[in-house]
Design a protein around this ligand. Sequence first.
Ligand SMILES: [Zn+2]
Ligand SMILES: [Zn+2]
Length: 462
Amino acid sequence: MLFNSIIPFAEPITTTENDRSFFDPSYTTTSLTANKPSDSVSHKNRSQGATGSPLSSECEVWTKACSEAVLGLAKRPENVKWLKSLRRKIHANPELAFEEFETSKLIRHELDRMEVMYKYPLAKTGLRAWIGTGSAPFVAIRADMDALPIQEAVEWEHKSKVAGKMHACGHDAHVAMLIGAAKILKSREHLLKGTVILLFQPAEEAGNGAKRMIGDGALENVEAIFAVHVSHEHPTAIIGSRPGPLLAGCGFFRAVISGKRGPAGNPHHSVDPILAASAAVISLQGIVSREANPLDSQVVSVTSFNGGNNLDMIPDTVVLGGTFRAFSNTSFYQLLQRIEEVIVEQASVYRCSAMVDFFEKENTIYPPTVNDEKMYEHVRKVAIDLVGPTNFRVVPPMMGAEDFSFYSEVVPAGFFYIGIRNETLGSTHTGHSPFFMIDEDVLPIGAAAHASIAERYLIEQG
Ligand SMILES: [Zn+2]
Ligand SMILES: [Zn+2]
């Protein structure tokens, strides 16, 4: 996810608390099935299903018992230990956008062990796995794999081994949760009423990985898609979402306004781009204030303005730029169109020309992430069954952006948050902070949420 501000929190982290929390006795003591190789666990799951899980016929209709069976499987001590170890391996070896080769290899290794089929590569390092009947309906669940160019400031045993790179947005947890979901779904494959597609995508933070995944066939046959993001704003395992617009669309622009260089003392020999650009900046303010519905939040900010370096000379060109945000596709693309029109037209008023670049080729445009009402309702129902009604929250929209939006433009989508905030551990820092950390107890809940959303979708929505 792209946050508005990347402001590191100043307060210190208590290292001892972190260390203690990551070696929580609940998974390091006798409750573990000690030394059992994961392979045998996976085979056991495949053949027997979860302990206490309903019979196949009982999940013809989704009941609370089905949710409990999925959660019970996710929370088996050996599975929790395995999920944490996966997340720690990925955390210690962060890879940036489109460089997630080792992360991708680890995922494939785990899928191979579970005998889950997949197509690789999509979007360079990504993959598309599938579990179920192989026929319609198809429902997708997605995780992003990339880390950030940030130096980790948390001191703990599994700290990033790569200088200047860190999983500071929780994508390591997202990957672990989706692998966990794969294991649960594989063990319940005989119950699936269609096919679950698992998408592991590169480059969420930069490079529009989702867009390339779609281009490489990620959404082939897919009729709905879901994804989760960890959130430091909610206590561990609280699930939150909202119908409709959830995250803003985010774009950047850079305009070159060209006139004719000339002496400032005889301005009539020049065509002044400074005046034209200034008029454009003023007019840009009118787009949101005069053209947008005041109840539909939008932003246009000019953040740079450069031209000339000689106090006695009118320059040839002025370069200005900025960013824009909106919560609906209509408003977002309307802003994009109007920014270009206003700059070009204002330049022409002053006899200048203008070129506006929205960096489409550099993939810095993120459309708004909009939750389909039905998909939101599906997430809400699953979450309430899984974590209880008091642990589901309707959350407000945020100005951050997410490239999950590219999927949500193509098929009905449901994006939700899962809390990782634990004051005792110190997992209270915002994403993109060098102090960012998660409460790993979220991993089995996230895996169960993914699996339940997918399995239940095929029963009820497919
Ligand atoms: Zn992020
Ligand atoms: Zn993120």
